[in-house]
Design a binder for this molecule. Structure first.
Ligand code: NAP
Length: 323
């Protein structure tokens, strides 16, 4: 493990690392943490001399941060499977490896997508808010009528790790499972009876549409006004992938006008700010980016981050290199 004057290599953890990862990394590295509210300026102050940066979706790993770290920086280990917060080209130019934490959060995130599906379909968010605010006047045969999911057509946009697990979880409820994907998934077609269709057809036919593609230039604004207009009036849209996939004002408009039934969101463009139009939109369940927030997933992610950092610092190929 390389470091100046034989000292332990410095690892900048942009937020904080759970004990499962800290124990592993701390044995061989000096760890500096930015803490949950560290600003980009604060991270640049802490970065000089770092051999590794542990980032996460809330941390922009850009030219400025990479420059602040200096030429000894050899790895950016993202505490997430998505890595749209990392400037991959800037890392490549500097010879900095980039790693992520796939698989260990797949189930947790798919379970949250299922929770949002149920919450949005059955209007759980607004019903609970009304009860807590004293607005519940009594049992009402016409109140909070939602979508029954048994026999529904589920559409998974993307059928990678999380999309596939979501499809498995809804399989017992679904009448039919549709998916979009760049490549066909014969296993899912055979085992779950899933059918690959184009996005427009999926939007037109599905009662529930759940997004499971990464944020890339191609997927930005994937669900906008036209796509929402193609959906059924009772359909539920779930987004546990990334905020930029959905045009927030178009979604708020579709909910207001009743051109879709409900939405369940875990992610937003410009987090932690939440688009105000979504805060005001009806039949919309909003969560603060907690897709992978189970003890099991987060501890495994912390261990994986540590393994990736230690591998690169030891001159070995990391288990989860993405660039
Ligand atoms: P994955 O296994 O890589 O699956 C991604 C899927 O998207 C695949 O079906 C892939 O198609 C498709 N895809 C990839 N790039 C695409 C593009 N440019 N256009 C259209 N389709 C594309 O990823 P994953 O592990 O399932 O994770 C999916 C995303 O979930 C992550 O990128 C992350 O943003 C998000 N996520 C959110 C949370 C949360 O806390 N809310 C937690 C974990 C992950 P092919 O299979 O044909 O390549």
């Amino acid at each position: 493990m390389t470091s100046p004057a034989g000292s332990k290599p410095l690892v900048l953890v942009a937020r904080r690392l759970l004990p499962a990862g800290e124990e592993r990394l701390g044995a061989e590295c000096t760890i500096v943490e930015g803490g949950p509210t560290a600003t980009p300026e604060r991270l640049r102050e802490l970065a000089p001399g770092a051999s590794a940066i542990v980032a996460d979706p809330a941390v922009a790993v850009d030219e400025a941060l990479l420059d602040a770290a200096g030429p000894q920086l050899s790895v950016v280990a993202n505490f997430a499977v998505g890595y749209d917060n990392v400037d991959l080209e800037a890392c490549r130019r500097r010879g900095v490896a980039v790693t992520n934490t796939p698989d260990v959060l797949t189930n947790a995130t798919a379970e949250l997508a299922l929770a949002l599906t149920l919450a949005a379909a059955r209007r759980i968010g607004e019903a609970e808010a009304d009860l807590r605010a004293g607005r519940w006047a009594g049992w009402d045969p016409g109140a909070y009528l939602g979508l029954e999911l048994s026999g529904a057509t589920f559409g998974s946009v993307g059928l990678g790790r999380i999309g596939r697990r979501y499809a498995e979880l809804v399989h017992g409820l679904a009448g039919e499972i549709l998916y979009t994907s760049r490549t066909p998934k014969p296993d899912a077609e055979r085992e779950l009876g899933a059918s690959r269709v184009g996005l427009r057809e999926l939007l037109r036919r599905a009662d529930v549409v759940s997004l499971h593609v990464p944020a890339t230039p191609e997927t930005a604004g994937l669900i906008g006004r036209e796509e929402l207009a193609a959906m059924k009036a009772h359909a539920v849209l779930v987004n546990t992938a990334r905020g930029p996939l959905v045009v927030a004002f178009a979604l708020a408009e579709a909910l207001r006008e009743g051109s879709i039934g409900a939405a369940g969101l875990d992610v937003y463009e410009g987090e932690p700010a939440v688009p105000p139009e979504l805060l005001e939109a009806p039949r919309c369940v909003l969560l603060p980016h907690i897709g992978s927030a189970t003890t099991r997933a987060r501890e495994a992610m912390a261990r994986l981050v540590a393994e990736n950092v230690l591998a690169v610092l030891a001159g070995a190929e990391p288990p989860n290199r993405v660039a």
